[in-house]
Design a protein around this ligand. Structure first.
Ligand SMILES: [Zn+2]
Length: 323
């Protein structure tokens, strides 16, 4: 699986390959971008290319070194990821010990720290020591999902930043089609994947489209003074938080689409363009200001989802809000 097989990310791959060609490899990188778009895959590919026994600015995926990386048994390549959602100082100290020795087999030792935004402050300060005095022949790659805003500026300034953009819809669509998802469904999932393969897979696994259609049916039945549909809707929110998160995201796209229709914009801009008629029906009972209020309320509920609040009651009051 050489670099050419990585979905999208032509610019990051071009930068990394030119470093491999010239041999000018920084001690530390930050690979940043939204979750599930291939940052870690690219990091693993880069580490394989650094140590491939057959190729210089690419990797063969067949040689002993590439195979050991793939099987996570290479003695000089270390993978670190959060435990219970946190990266702790003990984990940083463990790989600091590992990289203090000369490589056993690799041309360059490497550490890939996944979800590096989850380093707690002790771990981040400990990591800083390695970044200030990097051991020879070692590359650190911090993979960061989302924003780096909460990370220490002293860490950020010591790493070469490589930014990864969300994948183009066409790449997601092709990926889904190749994996046997029929075209119409692949197109709809692509609309809601926001450029992330991981998200596209979650949408498929959680049967998102059927759930969305069920909710859309209820929403288009809401009329002034009749709240039966809202109660029915809130009763189906009795599900796990990750599914609930997807439902809230859908609700936002539903009202966003409604707003675009009210503004007379093209249907081709809608997230849910396959159910435009349902959105139009529901829009008849909504004003522009009322829709904006609902979007804000849903955003607030979504951001407070993890705080054990009564989501059902919150959504009922959000959707009943008068225009
Ligand atoms: Zn190889």
């Amino acid at each position: 699986m050489p670099f050419d097989s990585i979905l999208g990310h032509r610019i990051p791959v071009r930068i990394l390959r030119s470093m491999l060609k010239t041999g000018q490899i920084p001690h530390a990188f930050i690979f940043s971008g939204v979750d599930g778009i291939g940052k870690r895959t690219t990091a693993v590919s880069f580490v394989k290319a650094l140590n491939c026994l057959e190729m210089e600015d690419d990797f063969c995926d067949r040689c002993l070194s590439c195979q050991k990386v793939n099987r996570l048994v290479h003695p000089d390549i270390f993978f670190v990821e959060p435990e219970k959602n946190v990266l702790r100082i003990e984990q940083v100290r463990a790989f600091q010990r590992d990289i203090s020795f000369k490589p056993l087999e690799a041309k360059k030792k490497a550490v890939i720290i996944d979800q590096a935004e989850k380093l707690n402050s002790n771990a981040a300060n400990c990591l800083l020591k390695t970044l200030e005095e990097p051991p020879e022949d070692t590359v650190l790659i911090l993979v960061v999902a989302g924003s780096t805003a909460g990370m220490l500026p002293t860490i950020l300034s010591r790493c070469q930043r490589i930014c990864f953009a969300p994948l183009p819809g066409e790449d997601i669509f092709q990926f889904l089609s190749k994996n046997g998802v029929e075209k119409a469904k692949a197109g709809l999932i692509t609309n809601h994947a926001y450029g992330s393969i991981k998200r596209a897979n979650i949408l498929i696994e959680s049967d998102f489209l059927n759930r969305r259609n069920e909710i859309a049916g209820l929403l288009s039945g809401i009329s002034p003074g009749s709240f039966d549909s809202i109660f029915e809707l809130s009763s189906i929110l009795n599900c796990d938080n990750s599914t609930l998160f997807l439902i809230f995201e859908f609700l936002q796209t539903w009202y966003r689409d409604m707003l675009l229709l009210k503004e007379g914009l093209s249907e081709s801009l809608l997230y849910n363009r396959d159910i435009t008629e349902s959105i139009r029906d529901a829009a008849e009972n909504e004003t522009r200001d009322g829709i904006i209020k609902k979007i804000k309320r849903i955003q607030w509920l979504q951001s407070n989802l993890l705080m054990n609040m009564d989501v059902q009651m919150g959504l009922e009051s959000a959707l009943m809000q008068t225009n």
